[in-house]
Ligand binder design. Sequence first.
Ligand code: UTP
Length: 293
Amino acid sequence: MTNRVRKAIFPVGGMGTRFLPATKAMPKEMLPVVDRPLIQYAVDEARAAGIEQFIFVTGRGKSAIEDHFDRSIELEALLAAKGKSAELDDIHESLLQPGNIAYVRQQEPLGLGHAVWCARHLVGDEPFAVLLADDLIQAETPCLRQMVDVFDAAGGNVIAAMEVPDEHTSRYGIIDSGGADGRVRPVTGLVEKPAQGSAPSNLAVIGRYILTPEVFTELERRETGAGGEIQLTDAMAKLIGRQPFHGLAFEGRRFDCGDKLGFLEANVAFALERDDLGPGTREMLARIGDLSE
Ligand code: UTP
């Protein structure tokens, strides 16, 4: 068994109900933040972490994602003929090597755990990453890179986590780290969406995971949890105590782009960071500020 994290799963089979009607005919993962779709950010983050094989777990109506990572010979010829070399370079950079991208279909959206399980044969017996594209992370060192560094040093399972206020703990999977603090904490328990007031900590799991293949054995049981879905958190929780398990309080800012306000905030934050759009965005925000007074 290789001990490098070479493969990443991108579960994109969800229905995106929080973003209707935009997501009726378009996958949530194709919503653009500034000028690239969410899924492109996740793939670029995985690439920066050394991932070589990209596994998408798709569902009905998700073919735009496949097209996005495919060659578009006509478009490329048109851009070349018009001398639009910057746009052409951008398109080429977003492509993955032939054969390094695979699609597997989740026939029914039975939950994130089920989506990950659908990729089991493509992952095989090695550690792997899972990235949820609707969790967009702005960071100097890409989040998954930070996690791979922890994995290379400590092995086992690594999950990304962030502090959330008390009133938000019921929205997330929450880590119990036995009161430990620091950037890398041992995970001694995991609770999916704990009832208000019962959370073991304020450390919320977000959509980046490095997992060992043993999680597939747990997912195989197809046990349902919160919301009647097959939850990844529940399967991970079963591995605690049997394998090293770390929560990484990553450096960076996470935006929940599956939620309308989180998505708007991400657009503004990413535009502000850009040399070409930052100054214009600042002026725009000042104008909107004036209007709202
Ligand atoms: P969400 O909980 O955000 O669900 O899934 P969703 O269906 O995408 O969106 P809402 O809540 O209805 O608006 C978290 C991640 O897990 C994937 C989603 O695509 C998303 O990346 N997922 C979820 C699947 O791939 N399959 C599922 O059955 C459920």
